[in-house]
Design a protein around this ligand. Structure first.
Ligand code: PEP
Ligand code: CO
Length: 448
């Protein structure tokens, strides 16, 4: 099929996997019209700014930290939940910035991460078969026919929840809440409170010294925007193409099209078929595009996708998010890097150490082990160093809450603790402390 002519709806003539089956097509079209008429959630100018930062990260001059829920929930769209997620990402970022001596791009899986791809279209419980839960943007998690029937009203609800989340994120980051001093104070608290945190004392003290020095020479942290404010970018998987199309807008300055549902969107491991609708849609919008790559990939297809998504080989356009699992990363990543080097593809390499390390615990919870997550990141860094490529970012499923969904970390969460506060509606997330533990461990890798 020809890839010449793109329009925001040209994806509709390609096969689209993982879409919802809306029972009422007329109602669905009406909802999409409503969303099309609503304001964009982000601006093209912000997207371009992010792309420039990602171009830096791809070349080793910045680092990408992306994290948030596997699946956001409408009921969790509250100021405290959003604040805590943002807080832990900012805390991690300060540690990484200091250790890596370069800017850290802070990006949430937030303000739009409401739709999920599923490995099976239906779920069977006690002999009853119902459609799978596909995220709050599509249906509800309860196991009843009513809850699992896709409801297109949820698309509009997702838009408004995304808008509310973005609004509070902008207020937090510009209103002084995200100042460097504040974030550092939280980190000091973490170091003081946890036994495990003690081993990070040196790094925290170094940051303290740097801050004191700045004050002594006359910087007032509150009056310098770089110190008193933060930029926080949003991202989600571009899964439901009707929704993404409705938020696709033409920039009045440049005439270019952008997916204004988020600053960056990514394409999942399950929906990146060369001749599929997702690739067709994404090739025409000028956002930075994430692409997940797992062990099942076909290298020739990946190369062709790269040509389609980034024909000009623009820096900052492509973020390749590898998710092989700790045992397979050594088998697949070097080959992938070699191929990309050979083709001369300009990309930012990021590591998702979550999705290849999921297993079911003896207590029957879907979980991930902190050690495995750490191990995949370590291999990611080592392999990039060996190949002479840049390990430019990390991608986590995390929450600012004190959940017990992943085992291990400083709190030594064990199998039998998982039931204490297992709250995710999809994949297991790192809790606030596990996330910070990891940030300090990655800081070590960035220093070396
Ligand atoms: C995800 O990031 O939530 C996800 C589904 O990942 P992947 O496409 O890599 O499986
Ligand atoms: Co997930």
């Amino acid at each position: 099929m020809s890839r010449e002519n793109w329009s925001k709806d040209s994806w509709q003539s390609y096969p689209a996997l993982q879409q919802a089956e809306w029972p009422d097509q007329q109602a669905y079209q009406k909802i999409l019209q409503q969303i099309t008429a609503l304001p964009p959630l982000v601006f093209a100018g912000e997207i371009r700014k992010l792309k420039a930062l990602l171009a830096d990260a791809a070349q080793g001059k910045a680092f990408l930290l992306q994290g948030g829920d596997c699946a956001e929930e409408f009921s969790e769209c509250t100021a405290p939940t959003i604040r805590e997620t943002m807080k832990v990402i900012l805390q991690m970022a300060v540690v990484l910035t200091y250790a890596g001596e370069k800017p850290v791009i802070k990006m949430g899986r937030i303000a739009g991460q409401y739709a999920k791809p599923r490995s099976k279209p239906t779920e069977i419980q006690n002999g009853i078969e119902l459609p799978s839960f596909r995220g709050d943007m599509v249906n509800a998690a309860d196991f009843s026919s009513k809850a699992r029937t896709p409801d297109c009203q949820r698309l509009l609800t997702s838009y408004f929840h995304s808008a509310a989340s973005l609004n509070i994120l902008r207020a937090f980051t510009r209103g002084g809440y995200a100042s460097l001093e504040k974030v550092h104070a939280w980190n000091k608290e973490f170091v003081k409170q946890s036994a495990e945190g003690k081993s990070y004392e040196t790094l925290a003290n170094d940051i303290e010294k740097a801050l004191t020095f700045m004050k002594v020479i006359g910087f007032d942290p509150q009056s310098v925007p770089q110190l008193s404010e933060a930029y926080f970018y949003t991202s989600h998987e571009a899964l439901l193409l009707g929704y993404e199309e409705a938020l696709t807008r033409q920039d009045s300055l440049t005439g270019m099209w952008y997916d204004c549902s988020a600053h960056m969107v990514w394409i999942g491991d399950r929906t990146r078929q060369l001749n599929g609708a997702h690739i067709e849609y994404l090739r025409g919008v000028h956002n930075p595009i994430g692409m997940k790559i797992g062990p099942e990939h076909d290298i020739d297809e990946i190369k062709q996708i790269m040509e389609v998504l980034n024909p000009e080989n623009e820096w900052g356009r492509m973020v390749i998010i590898t998710r092989f699992g700790k045992d397979k990363v050594a088998q697949y990543l070097p080959e992938l890097l070699k191929n990309f080097k050979q083709e001369g593809f300009n990309v930012l390499w990021s590591c998702d150490p979550m999705h290849g390390n999921t297993y079911t615990s003896e207590s029957n919870y879907k979980t991930r082990n902190f050690k495995d997550i750490h191990s995949e990141i370590r291999s990611f860094f080592q392999i990039h160093h060996a190949e002479g490529t840049v390990p430019g970012g990390v991608h986590f499923e995390l929450t600012g809450k004190d959940v017990t969904e992943c085992v291990g970390g400083g709190q030594d969460i064990m199998d039998h603790h998982l039931e204490n506060n297992y709250a995710t509606s999809c994949d297991p997330r790192l809790n606030a402390q596990q996330s910070l533990d990891l940030a300090f461990l990655i800081a070590e890798m960035l220093k070396n």
